[in-house]
Design a protein around this ligand. Structure first.
Ligand code: KG4
Ligand code: ZN
Length: 344
């Protein structure tokens, strides 16, 4: 059994966690930056990097103290090395390098997306490779086949906004504050999902990718019209988003393509309505549906430590000059798609 320290700092959560190779989370801390970014309605990269710099060392000290462990007892130190807001990524990665050097423990550089992609295996030992993965967060929206650690085949990505971004923008339009996803979900519970006519971009199209920009514009027009209640806009938006996700999954996976499980990961995987729709989709294809516990969906360090544990098992460690990567696709062979910008 090995013990891995994980450090996460790619967006607006600073986090540290200790996870064992036999799937035990020994200690974990997450410091959210929601309050510092809330006045701006979104994450401000420079402010995020400073907040990470202030918080990462105390958080690591706290998890080590809770576990009653010295750094030298660790088997590896895993840190997010990209993709993400580069200032924050560098803070976490440089801290991990310093700790690794001082304690003579191997460093493992983790792709944040792989953290999300493997997180369901931390909670569910029965989840074996391969599986179909819907990875939906604030910055990413992809359908992948996961064949093993480091082995990904991308079926679909977004040509404009990510799904979490669409939730956040809808929340901004409805003045629900930041982060928007949970607020939209809550408001939608009180609304009528058929009250507001909204488009389902690309639904019915044979191409596999996602698009949410048109949906966001329609939400804005609905709000500006003054005709609809916020609850109904939220519920109608969420239903439109779900319809898009199911249609896109159907294009990529069809009858399941022989994959035994459909897995959802990333911050948007916390959404109960989306989980329920995915569960139905999987059941209809005799696929098992796997969703990590809510605390493992949004950004956290346990998933980074776990990805480190998976890589440790395959004998990987990385040099101390490993450079932070602002872009780092899981499937390096996937073609960039039109309009995808930094989100491919
Ligand atoms: O994975 P994550 O914590 O950070 C990124 O790597 O992006 O995902 C954050 C995203 C945000 O866009 C947030 O609004 C969304 O996940 N989110 C949700 C819910 N909880 C978080 N979206 C819809 N429903 C939720 N309950
Ligand atoms: Zn994330």
């Amino acid at each position: 059994m090995g013990i891995v320290l994980g450090i996460e700092s790619s967006c607006d959560e600073t986090a540290a966690a200790l996870v064992t190779t036999d799937r035990r989370i020994i200690a974990q801390r997450i410091a959210s930056q929601d309050e510092v970014h809330a006045p701006y309605g979104g994450v401000v990269p420079e402010i995020a990097a400073r907040a990470h710099a202030n918080r990462v060392t105390p958080l690591v000290a706290e998890v080590m103290a809770e576990a009653g462990m010295e750094l030298t007892a660790l088997d590896a130190i895993a840190a997010t090395a990209g993709p993400g807001l580069i200032g924050g990524v560098m803070v976490g990665l440089v801290s991990a390098k310093a700790l690794a050097m001082a304690s003579n423990v191997p460093l493992i550089a983790i792709n944040h997306l792989e953290g999300h992609a493997l997180s369901p295996r931390l909670a569910d030992p029965a989840l074996t490779f391969p599986y179909a993965l819907l990875l939906v967060s604030g910055g990413h929206c992809q359908i992948l086949q996961v064949d093993g650690v480091g082995q990904y085949r991308r079926f679909a990505t977004t040509i404009d906004d990510a799904l979490g971004e669409a939730f956040d923008k809808t929340a901004k339009i409805l003045r629900l504050g930041y982060p928007g996803g949970p607020a939209v979900e809550k408001l939608a519970l009180a609304g009528d999902a058929s009250a507001v006519p909204l488009p389902r971009p690309l639904v019915g199209s044979g191409e596999p990718h996602f698009s949410f920009a048109g949906l966001k514009s329609a939400v804005m027009r609905a709000k500006d019209s003054g005709l609809y209640r916020n609850e109904d806009i939220a519920a109608s938006f969420q239903q439109a988003a779900i319809d898009c996700v199911l249609d896109r999954l159907n294009v990529s996976l069809g009858d399941g393509g022989g994959l035994p499980a459909l897995v959802v990961a990333g911050g948007v995987a916390a959404n109960q309505a989306i989980r329920a729709a995915l569960e139905n989709f999987a059941q209809a294809r005799t696929m098992r549906f796997v969703a990590p516990p809510l605390a493992l969906c949004t950004d956290n360090a346990a998933m980074i430590a776990w990805a480190g544990a998976e890589r440790l098992a395959s004998g990987q460690n990385d040099p101390l000059d490993f450079a932070a990567r602002p872009r780092w696709p899981l499937d390096q062979d996937a073609e960039p798609v039109r309009g995808a910008g930094a989100k491919a």
